[in-house]
Design a protein around this ligand. Structure first.
Ligand code: SAM
Length: 254
């Protein structure tokens, strides 16, 4: 199947896919952090921190303009903030689901005076209210897979990145071999059942494995990035390839 974008059950076009995704995240927002940490046995924290570590040099520059898009309840942003020096420019943390974003905003507001901060912005990743070539780093954690159109997402990130700016996409993958088989049972059967129990509804945690299945495998994703104008495209598997970080640099000339 050619890569297009997220397609929750029952939706046909991109606008309804985006709307369904937004409603789903608004609905699970109150339980999102609990479920995330529980279902990943806290490995998610390692993944966010490892991703932030990959961008240490740019984060260490106090003037760097950084966007965490699809920031949800803000844990990726918090990991990025830990790598920012005092007095650094605030990170922009954007999401289109208000209930997720408001939880993130509370975490940012709880930071001590003088600590590097973040500004919450309600925005759609496919239509960012940002000037072209205005950012040094765009990061997204477990959000890209939910976009209604992957190519449009890559193009939009490319538009807002400066030439030489970096992109990091952390998302799930489908590992092969024995680990992949064992993980598939957990991901397709156990995880949706626990999600249903805690959320009291079926949708989001059945959608999760389905969305990972639809998501391009690393070679295809790297080809999409390259076509969209990124150089030095690479994929770093995390935890046996259950997740992984895609990185790329905006080419000087598209
Ligand atoms: C699985 S959550 C990830 C949240 C956070 N980054 C994390 O690592 O926990 C995916 C987030 O992507 C957001 N999202 C999906 N499509 C989006 C879009 N087109 N624009 C902005 N946010 C979007 C959802 O609202 C949701 O908060």
């Amino acid at each position: 199947m050619p890569a297009t974008g997220a397609k929750p059950t029952g939706v046909e076009d991109e606008a309804s896919a985006a709307q369904t995704v937004r409603q789903m995240f608004n609905a699970i927002a109150p339980r999102y952090d609990l479920l995330n940490h529980l279902l990943s046995a806290n490995v998610d924290r390692l993944w966010w921190n490892r991703t932030a570590r990959s961008f240490r040099p740019v984060l260490a520059n106090p003037d760097a303009a950084v966007l965490d898009i699809c920031c949800g309840t803000g844990d990726m942003t918090m990991a990025l903030l830990r790598r920012r020096p005092r007095g650094a420019r605030p990170i922009l943390a954007a999401d289109f689901a208000r209930s997720m974003l408001s939880r993130g905003a509370r975490k940012f507001d709880a930071r001590k005076p003088g600590e590097p901060g973040a500004v919450a912005l309600e925005a759609d990743a496919l239509h960012l209210p940002l000037r072209p070539a205005s950012l040094d780093l765009v990061v997204t954690a477990f959000g890209f897979r939910n976009l209604a159109n992957y190519e449009a997402g890559l193009r939009e990130f490319h538009r807002v990145l400066r030439p030489g700016g970096q992109l990091g996409i952390l998302d799930f993958s489908e590992p092969g071999g024995i680990v992949g088989k064992a993980y598939a049972i957990y991901f397709r059967r156990v995880l949706p059942a626990i999600g249903r129990l805690i959320c009291g509804r079926d949708g989001p945690y059945s959608y999760l494995p389905a969305s990972v299945e639809r998501f391009p495998q690393p070679p295809e994703m790297l080809a999409l990035m390259s076509t969209a104008g990124y150089n030095e495209c690479a994929w770093q598997p995390y935890t046996f390839g259950i997740a992984g970080l895609y990185t790329g640099t905006r080419a000087a000339v598209a």
